[in-house]
Design a protein around this ligand. Structure first.
Ligand SMILES: Cc1ncc(COP(=O)(O)O)c(C=O)c1O
Length: 507
């Protein structure tokens, strides 16, 4: 029986009187729970089961007695039916303490019961902080348990634990995380430096909003730290980077940029905040905050962190309590926290991040090698290939889970790559479009980082809002195609891409 239940010897669950086999053959008319049986666990009688019994744990320190989840308020029968519908069920502290689920509980409440008026006043008079301080929650826009649990989990993957200064805040999208980070510190009259090659939405935000709010910006070639140096001004408040850059996969030397910023501060200027959108890398490959001088790590968690193309989410992590206070204020007042269900899915995604990133990397390397060697492909951009202009830097900054992971399983370089199809500008574009449409395993869709492979054409899709001159200045050529390499069978991906490339001149 124990082997039937899949249990080892030490933890064998032996059913007696009558055995489970007998109970399973009980006629259908007899409710299963009414069958009396007892179990023996390690030689000890464990129960007769009394389903839904209210247990008294008053002898257990710190637990006490209480009611299970969802018990009606005392005196519930006195209330009208409408009251019973609308407000009668309670979730006691006792019940929550005794649940002990292994996964993050999904707490859907928009508001939380206060102990007394003083408790309400106390929670309202606090300065904003990334996490609750053990005194409870007040309103979900100001913080809520599932969001906070997922945020703490992600912070730890960025190297920020419970004892470190700083923290993480989760937003309802990557764009909310980016615009939230900028709004946290930029004011009218400030200046920021940003790369030519950034996610299209980030560029569009600068054009459509930031400049109308009196914030000046300078775009630079992010592959050269000296171009950041040249762009800094006395009123520069943010030095923004995106590395690897979407879609070119070009890298920024964050250490060098931070040094440039330190040198600027040494001249007596206020030190600008150094931020990095590290969406393509994830904290598995690049822990921005472990790079001296980088203050803020941003992710579109819609991508690899969620990992299954089923949520929109954004994350901002910082080691600066001052910045965390500012970003918590943004979340509270601009109102874009990540909702509980999405927070749960994000936390679940994190639990397999390392495994997925390694497999994305292994598949992407094979795809990149095939593309690099294919006569119809003019250029391939994959940081793991020696042909990539930033390969030497990639070997330094893709930490692939850190020393222990590296020693066990070697270095990988993520799942994102880009390539340009051979031919003059028009031919290359025509072939690229045909190629995308011929694919059967890889799907034509924007976004990235899910288990499935996706392909898209940035110049006409994700980066179409960036003026062509700015795109070209950042190395984003018209014919460039971006692939998010998924977790499919490697041969299926290679065969699919080969047939699409080979047939890209056919109508
Ligand atoms: C690098 C990068 N940053 C930010 C974003 C925006 O994220 P979201 O779509 O979750 O708002 C994206 C979206 O594709 C992205 O690729």
């Amino acid at each position: 029986m124990s082997s039937m239940l899949g249990l080892g010897r030490r933890h064998s669950l032996r059913l007696t009187s009558p055995p489970l086999r007998a109970s399973l053959s009980v006629p259908r008319s007899v409710p299963f729970r009414s069958v009396p049986f007892r179990s023996v666990y390690n030689g000890r009688d464990v129960y007769p089961v009394r389903p839904f019994a209210v247990q008294d744990h008053s002898d257990v320190p710190g637990v006490g007695s209480g009611v299970p989840v969802g018990t009606p308020r005392p005196g519930w029968k006195r209330y009208g039916y409408e009251t019973r519908c609308a407000s009668v069920v309670k979730v006691s502290d006792y019940a929550v303490r005794r649940v002990k689920a292994l996964s993050l509980p999904i707490v859907l409440g928009s508001t939380f019961e206060l102990d007394d008026s003083k408790h309400g006043a106390r929670l309202h008079e606090k300065a904003e902080a990334p996490y609750a301080d053990g005194d409870g929650y007040v309103y979900a826009r100001w913080g809520s348990p599932t969001n906070e649990g997922a945020a703490r989990q992600l912070a730890a993957l960025e190297g920020i634990g419970p004892d470190s200064p700083g923290g993480c805040m989760l937003f309802s999208s990557g764009m909310a995380a980016i615009t939230g980070s900028l709004s946290a510190v930029l004011r009218a009259g400030d200046h920021m430096v940003a790369p030519f090659t950034v996610y299209g939405g980030t560029h569009e935000f600068l054009v459509e909003f930031a400049q109308h709010w009196g914030i000046e910006y300078t775009l630079v070639d992010a592959t050269n730290p000296e171009s950041y140096a040249a762009a800094l001004k006395p009123n520069t408040k943010v030095v923004y980077t995106e590395s690897p850059a979407n879609p070119t996969c070009r890298l920024t030397d964050l250490e060098a940029v931070a040094r440039v910023v330190d040198a600027h501060a040494a001249l007596g200027h206020a030190r600008p905040w150094v931020m990095c959108d590290s969406t393509f890398a994830t904290p598995f490959h690049q822990r921005c905050l472990e790079t001296a001088g980088v203050d803020v790590a941003i992710h579109s968690a819609t991508k690899y962190i969620g990992g299954h193309s089923d949520i929109l989410a954004g994350a901002v992590t910082s080691n600066s309590p001052e910045f965390m206070h500012a970003i918590a204020k943004v979340q509270k007042l601009m109102g874009a926290p990540l909702a509980p269900l999405e927070s749960f899915l994000l936390a679940r995604g994190l639990r397999t991040l390392h495994v997925r990133m390694e497999r994305h990397g292994a598949n992407a390397m094979e795809v990149a090698k095939m593309l690099d060697a294919h006569p119809m492909i003019a250029q391939t951009f994959y940081p793991g290939l020696p042909s990539h202009p930033d390969h030497a830097l990639a070997k330094k900054i893709f930490t692939s889970g850190g020393d222990k992971c590296l020693a066990r399983r070697g270095q990988s370089f993520g799942g994102m790559l880009a390539f340009i199809v051979a031919g003059d500008a028009d031919t290359s574009l025509r072939r690229a479009a045909r190629l995308c449409e011929r694919l059967k395993v890889v799907t034509l869709a924007v976004s990235l980082g899910g288990t499935e492979s996706l392909i898209e054409h940035p110049a006409s899709m994700t980066h179409a809002m960036i003026p062509r001159a700015d795109r070209l200045a950042g190395g984003l050529q018209d014919g460039l195609i971006r692939i998010s390499v998924g977790l499919e069978d490697t041969d299926d991906l290679l065969d699919d891409l080969r047939q699409a490339i080979d047939g890209c001149d056919e109508q």
